[in-house]
Design a protein around this ligand. Structure first.
Ligand code: SAM
Ligand code: FES
Length: 348
């Protein structure tokens, strides 16, 4: 494709926030030309809405017990070598308290699919967090549940929910998960969450095994159609104790390009520069922001358990205290002319 045609497609995406699947494929096939053209446009789109503010979310990885068996994930049920842990509600509340002192006004509670956390226990925890820190937003990232459970958590005070669709292609989804986990079920969760009034975050891994350009174009089309409030994408990174141990990692450059395209599709979206991106590249999070991201999610989990929440090999920030991560991220953002703000950072 000629350079001018690539530029024209990106100009149209910037203007209309929409392209055909084939056109997304063409853009993905012309990354070298497209990425340097899309990034400043994506950054400008984010700046117009959010300025140079970067929102922080305190991530609390509260349990690595998981009944699911996603082939890519280090804490999958099938990984018998994974040492399991579960924070008590009191420990989780302590993390929030520390987070509040560090200036976090959004807490993200993330875990595997852990049945110990029944609706009753979860709701009690959510209510207590909202009672103690009423000025904070609470995000859940705890996987697939019944509509009733989602409704109960929402009723208890949860504001947002992160649940990546992982891949919009049913055939690709089937290669990344065992047969009992389906894209259909995942999309049902995503629709329920939206209907229940959560701000919803979807997203995919970049460069997961067998992913094609068409799969990624389908992901972009899904993002365009669903208009999520948040969108989490990061490179696939192999974990040595999973069936995907031998696959190559996803590309930082392609992830950055996709961040830019997503920003142009949904200018208002809350778009994190993820830990996986920071793991793939020492300046991944800075590069992510410069490509259009506007959220970072420093780790608030107790240092003692961080290594056990190992989704992929080499995960960064497992040895740092929460306060260190906070300072480190602030400095990283400052170094590229952006500032971390103490704000709930609600979707606009
Ligand atoms: N259990 C919840 C769920 O499934 O939504 C939340 C936790 S899950 C570990 C969070 C995300 O980690 C997944 O949506 C997946 O995209 C990402 N992830 C898991 N394994 C990964 C890997 N090997 N490389 C990159 N990202 C990975
Ligand atoms: Fe954790 Fe930099 S963000 S050490």
């Amino acid at each position: 494709m000629k350079k001018e045609e690539v530029f024209r497609l990106i100009d149209r995406l910037e203007r209309d926030h929409s392209l055909q699947e084939q056109e997304y494929m063409a853009l993905l096939d012309n990354q070298e030309t497209g990425a340097p053209y899309a990034a400043p446009k994506a950054r400008a789109a984010a700046d117009r809405i959010y300025g140079h503010d970067i929102y922080v979310r305190g991530l609390i990885e509260f349990s690595n017990y998981c009944s699911n068996d996603c082939y890519y994930c280090g804490i999958r049920a099938g990984n018998r070598s994974c040492v399991r842990y579960r924070l008590t509600p009191e420990q989780i509340l302590n993390c929030c308290g520390l987070g509040w002192q560090l200036g976090y006004r959004t807490f993200v509670l993330q875990s595997g699919e852990d049945a110990w956390f029944t609706d009753e226990r979860l709701c009690a925890l959510i209510q207590e967090i909202k009672r103690r820190w009423p000025d904070c937003a609470l995000t859940l990232s705890i996987g697939e549940k019944s509509r009733e459970s989602y409704a109960a958590c929402r009723q208890a005070g949860a504001d947002r929910y992160l649940i990546r669709h992982e891949t919009a292609s049913p055939a690709h989804y089937a290669r990344l998960h065992p047969a009992r986990q389906t894209l259909q079920a995942r999309l049902r969760c995503i629709r329920d969450l939206r209907e229940l009034g959560y701000a919803v975050g979807i997203g995919m891994m970049v460069g997961s095994p067998w992913q094609t350009t068409k799969d990624l174009a389908m992901d972009l089309k899904l993002i365009e159609d669903f208009q999520p409030e948040m969108c989490g994408i990061g490179p696939f990174l192999p974990h040595h104790q999973t069936p995907f141990a031998g696959f190559p990692r996803g590309s930082t450059e392609q992830t950055l390009y996709l961040l830019s395209l997503i920003r142009l599709i949904c200018p208002h979206v809350l778009l994190p520069a993820t830990t996986a991106l920071g793991t793939a590249d020492p300046f991944g999070r800075e590069k992510g922001v410069l490509a259009g991201a506007n959220v970072i999610m420093p780790n608030l989990s107790p240092v003692g358990v961080r290594r056990q929440y190992e989704l992929y090999d080499g995960k960064i920030c497992t040895g740092e205290e929460s306060a260190q991560c906070r300072g480190c991220q602030e400095e990283r953002m400052r170094s590229i002319g952006y500032r971390v703000v103490t704000d709930r950072g609600d979707p606009r």
